[in-house]
Design a binder for this molecule. Structure first.
Ligand code: SF4
Length: 191
């Protein structure tokens, strides 16, 4: 991200609630595709606070969301206002683009370095333990990256499993990624 900011001479404002994630994990258990408390706790609430602290009013955000990314995003309008961040008006200029449009645009414009993870077999970039990831992606992350973070995650899963009397398979087969039979309620990382 810093490469891109340097290329365009832009300042990057950063915020996070990383410690809050682990507290919430103890309280609520791991995030799941049908229980994405992580987006609200780790992205939306810190962004809301940063907007309020930095500009004190409303802002217009351009977001790289596309309709082909999920059913929820397919139904999303191109301009919307989030319930969680009402001070942010969001607009998605590439809502109707396919992934091919995006890559052709990047190459045509000779855009600055894109996220290196795309060239390392990962085609959907989120948090390393995102419940929307498939099992193969988890295996790639475990093979390619330093083991400490993944170990911390597995330790937390195992602790939750013990405390709630869940079967071993809940961790081994990553069954924690979905809690029930409800439809994926993709709250959107960006809303
Ligand atoms: S990328 Fe995945 S794990 Fe990260 S906040 Fe979004 S839904 Fe949660």
């Amino acid at each position: 991200m810093q490469d891109v900011a340097d290329h365009y001479g832009l300042e990057v404002l950063r915020t996070d609630m990383a410690s809050q994630f682990w507290d919430e994990m103890e309280r609520q258990g791991p995030p799941a595709v049908d229980a994405r408390w992580c987006c609200k706790v780790c992205k939306l609430q810190p962004i809301k606070k940063m907007i309020e602290d930095t500009w004190g009013g409303e802002c217009l955000s351009f977001i790289g969301q596309r309709k082909y990314e999920s059913f929820k995003r397919m139904k999303s309008p191109r301009v919307w206002r989030s319930n969680i961040i009402p001070c942010q008006l969001s607009a998605s200029p590439i809502q109707h683009w396919t992934a091919l449009h995006v890559w052709l645009y990047i190459f045509r414009e000779n855009a600055p370095p894109y996220n290196i993870l795309y060239s390392k077999r990962i085609d959907r970039i989120g948090c390393f333990m995102c419940p929307s990831s498939d099992w193969a992606t988890f295996r790639m992350i475990q093979e390619d990256y330093p083991p400490e973070e993944w170990q911390r995650w597995e330790d937390a899963l195992n602790q939750y499993k013990e405390e709630h009397d869940l079967p071993d398979i809940w961790v081994e087969k990553a069954l924690w990624r979905k809690r029930g039979d409800t439809e994926d309620d993709d709250e959107s990382s960006y809303t």
